[in-house]
Design a protein around this ligand. Sequence first.
Ligand SMILES: Nc1ncnc2c1ncn2[C@@H]1O[C@H](COP(=O)(O)OP(=O)(O)O)[C@@H](O)[C@H]1O
Ligand SMILES: [Mg+2]
Length: 508
Amino acid sequence: MPDAPYAVQMENIVIRFPGVLANDRVNFTLKQGEIHALLGENGAGKSTLMSALSGLYKPTSGVIRVNGKPVRFNSPKDAIAAGIGMVHQHFMLVPTQTVTENILLGLDTPRFFMNLPEYDRRVLALQDQFGLRVDPTAHIWQLAVGEQQRVEILKTLYRGANVLIFDEPTAVLAPAEIAEFIQTMRSLVAQGKSIIFISHKLHEVEAVADRITVLRKGKVTAEGLPMAGLNRAKLAQLMVGRDVVFAVKKDAQEAGNTILEVRNLQAANNKGTPALRGVSLTIRAGEILGIAGVAGNGQSELAECITGLRVCETGSVQVDGRELANQPPITAIQSGVSHIPEDRTRVGSAPNLTITDNVIMKRYRTAPIGNGATIDAAQAASYAQKLKQTYDILAPSVRTQARKLSGGNLQKVILSREISANPRLIVAVQPTRGLDVGAVEAIQEHLLDQRKQGAAILLISEELEELLTLSDRIAVLFDGRVMGVVEGATASVEEIGLMMMGTVQEEA
Ligand SMILES: Nc1ncnc2c1ncn2[C@@H]1O[C@H](COP(=O)(O)OP(=O)(O)O)[C@@H](O)[C@H]1O
Ligand SMILES: [Mg+2]
């Protein structure tokens, strides 16, 4: 493959948004049959560059070649005709239609509704070829995230894509699904496809990439380097422009009074079946309690019961002795509970409001920003400006609308608001998911800083490494119950892994 011909060449690509130079004379090449990782901090310009390659945006200037020939795409249709397909960060599927219907959507398939079973068979044949299993007759809404992603991939393959662009595909996947996805990428290149892979998880990049290109603030800082000869530390340095410590340092400290006390909590999930079957836990001031578990074992429901977003059937949730179970979210907020929700675009932010409006959302009633009746706009703006700097939020200004931010930067807006509210309790659900290595480090340090200042922190994370680094104690949830609680300092991955699968170790 080292001397394989180029499938794609992008030369001197410039893409400008109002107030932002998203791509500044970017060069990028993809060889046939390679996996090329595109790296960079949140907001570096990766999705923008790939949107130009997939026909969604037109570059301000620059040349794109496919198989050596210059092309001009006016729409994603043109790109797909040239064999280029993109699987976006946010899926673009119709929930009420079947897998096959979604795959055929937008194609001029003659009378396909009449012989849908015939197309189901074609979809199955494609699945056999690439090992991407998903029931063609299932409706999208019935599928797990990992399965929906397979539909998106099948959709691009069905259209004959030779170049596949994956924009942070693993950010939404559980660890087991990630291993499967990496196998899928390998089988795709084994059959002659070429892949562009965007990921912040450097161990994934180390595992699959043949070459890497790094963007920083819209510019290329490393172009098409072979992965062999690079390591995680070097990649991080190229992305962030400084050395990154992979394990933040946690100081030993005595925990204080009990802040959160959850007793015998029971609650149902959205389908009405039991999600929490009697959970009890306590968190003291200056303590981080990690919650480990495979997604779907009650983690989201636990966070929602504490923050007033879900009905508790029995049991109690007290913060500083005040009962929060079945109280409205405002009671939790007034009791000093901060919430970093899992779904930041729907629950955590108001996309059409500015950064300033988003960060003052929970403090516009109090001085110095407001007095309950009016808001001091200058104070609000300067507060937002301070958070923008501290959290390194990449945006033209604090007047920028939230929806114009890249995913990682929107997340930083919410994190900055929740962490800076001087909370008594922080309920943090996957706080670093989707963030680049530099931002992960910064967020972890902010959480430890809150711990030092005496906040109690409930940290729900699927990253065991993160739980082990930050937690004083780790509780493992399985099927709505706490399987066990271990000390963060002495816990082992094996011990936690067993409990995550519902196995309790025999006492020695
Ligand atoms: N539609 C848009 N309008 C205005 N600015 C945008 C738009 N899309 C992206 N940007 C800006 O362009 C820059 C690059 O964003 P993006 O390509 O999404 O970064 P990445 O994918 O590397 O995280 C960011 O500063 C982002 O805020
Ligand atoms: Mg992106």
